[in-house]
Write a protein that binds this ligand. Structure first.
Ligand SMILES: *Cc1c(COP(=O)(O)O)cnc(C)c1O
Length: 426
């Protein structure tokens, strides 16, 4: 089984309490407080190695999509596994730079990069730019000219395939804000930007993908498009970036393909091309869990039972944003029978702030520790200070050791960037 096919981190064990990475989750909650993000290093390294092994022998560059989770420590781990990074802002670029990434293996992607971001990215020696539109092609070309360099670029295209979990559509044209329509590619190439060195094409067809046929179709389209361009313009473009998107298992109903199966689906990729793959979610999601402490509860007469925890939509906006589903357990009651159906509610002032609807757990009391699985991706990276609540801490666990990698925000952190004009002082 592939790690992205597991709900829990691979080191999860039941002792007196649940443990991950050899660390007792109840002790972690006591020591660092809750809500607490926990990242299991063995699971993270494990999936990185699965990807490398599955594509062994191919000319493949693994690029982790930083937007799923971008911290110094997780970036350092992923870089140490030989991965490059797909980034979408100067903030992500700066973070992976500070983490010691090989900047030649960093790709800067995004549909509206600013002049400042492009300039700083060139200064930090980012290896590839994924050029998204005509405006950016002009702008990057101008900046590269000013700096006296030639920027290596891929052209972001929309291959008319869109895929989200079970839904998979192939259309003549894709009405997307990202990338050039295939019909516009010739115009970009014909423009012959003096300081852009076009190396190939880039696409990304969706996220939380379960349907391998969409990848086969994507490969077909990109490979033939590259061939067509090379013939028409007498070029030798040799690079294809096929994006990310492999799904993970949030609940028992989710059945994502394995990394091995993904590699098989991509086996039609020609050996003489340089390939990039950019998984984000499937790299980091399974390694992360979030710990919460149970506070109040409410039994609606003839209705549901709500269990309120000390976090919610500000640390994990996915359920509120797109009805995402999660699995949880009571970390301090791993052996107690699950007998009560409850809804785990967040603490934020929105009725939609519900983490998990209708989950069966042991009878819960105030002070119990809830472990929500598969929160490594798109949780901390999407976190906010809604309701003026401090963002949680993050710890890395491995071999019974725990290290804090993101400090919990303090009350001072909440106000330190603010300023009261003199006339308002009292
Ligand atoms: C978001 C994104 C990814 C990563 O997607 P996942 O579903 O997290 O694997 C990769 N490439 C591009 C261009 C993206 O926008």
């Amino acid at each position: 089984m592939s790690i992205n096919q597991s709900i829990k981190p691979i080191t999860t064990e039941v002792k007196d309490n649940l443990t991950i990475g050899g660390c007792d989750l109840v002790e972690l909650a006591k020591r660092y407080g809750t809500p607490l993000y926990v990242i299991d290093e063995a699971t993270l390294r494990g999936i990185c190695r699965e990807y490398k092994n599955a594509f062994k022998g191919k000319n493949i560059n693994m690029m982790y999509a930083s937007k799923a989770l971008c911290t110094l420590s997780t970036s350092a781990i992923i870089a140490s596994e030989g991965f490059g990074f797909d980034t979408v802002s100067i903030g992500e670029i700066y973070t992976v730079y500070k983490a010691g990434a090989d900047m030649s293996k960093v790709l800067f992607n995004g549909n509206n990069k600013s002049r400042r971001e492009l300039e700083l990215a060139i200064d930090l020696k980012v290896g590839r730019f994924s050029v998204d539109n005509f405006y950016e092609a002009e702008l990057l070309n101008t900046i590269a000219q000013e700096k006296g360099i030639s920027a290596d670029v891929l052209l972001r295209v929309t291959p008319a395939i869109e895929c989200h979990t079970h839904e998979y559509i192939k259309t003549g044209q894709l009405d997307s804000k990202f990338g050039f329509d295939l019909s516009q590619v010739d115009e970009v190439i014909a423009s012959q930007y003096s300081n852009l060195n076009i190396k190939g094409l880039h696409a990304h067809i969706g996220s939380q993908i379960f349907e391998l046929q969409s990848y086969r179709d994507e490969v077909d389209i990109l490979v033939s498009e590259l061939k067509r361009i090379n013939q028409k313009f007498g070029l030798n473009l040799t690079e294809l970036n096929i994006g990310g998107g492999l799904g993970v298992k949030y609940t028992e109903e989710d059945c994502p393909p394995s990394v091995e199966e993904l590699a098989q689906a991509l086996s039609a990729l020609p050996d003489d091309l340089t390939i990039y793959i950019e998984p984000g979610r499937s790299i980091i999601s399974t390694s992360g869990v979030t710990l919460y402490t149970v506070g109040s509860s409410k039994q609606v007469p003839n209705g549901r039972k709500y269990i309120a925890v000390d976090g919610g939509m500000a640390d994990n906006p996915r359920p509120a944003m797109y009805k995402a589903k999660y699995t949880a357990e009571a970390a301090n009651k791993p052996d107690v029978q699950e007998t009560e159906e409850v809804t785990i509610a967040g603490r934020f002032c929105e009725s939609g702030d519900v983490l998990i609807e209708n989950i069966t757990l042991p009878k819960l009391e105030t002070g119990d520790i809830i472990c929500v699985y598969n929160t490594g991706a798109y949780n901390y990276s999407m976190a906010s200070n809604y309701n003026r609540v401090e963002k949680p801490a993050m710890v890395l666990v491995n071999n019974s050791q725990s290290d804090i990698i993101v400090n919990r925000e303090s009350l001072e952190d909440l106000v330190y960037k603010e300023n009261i004009p003199d006339r308002l002082r009292r």
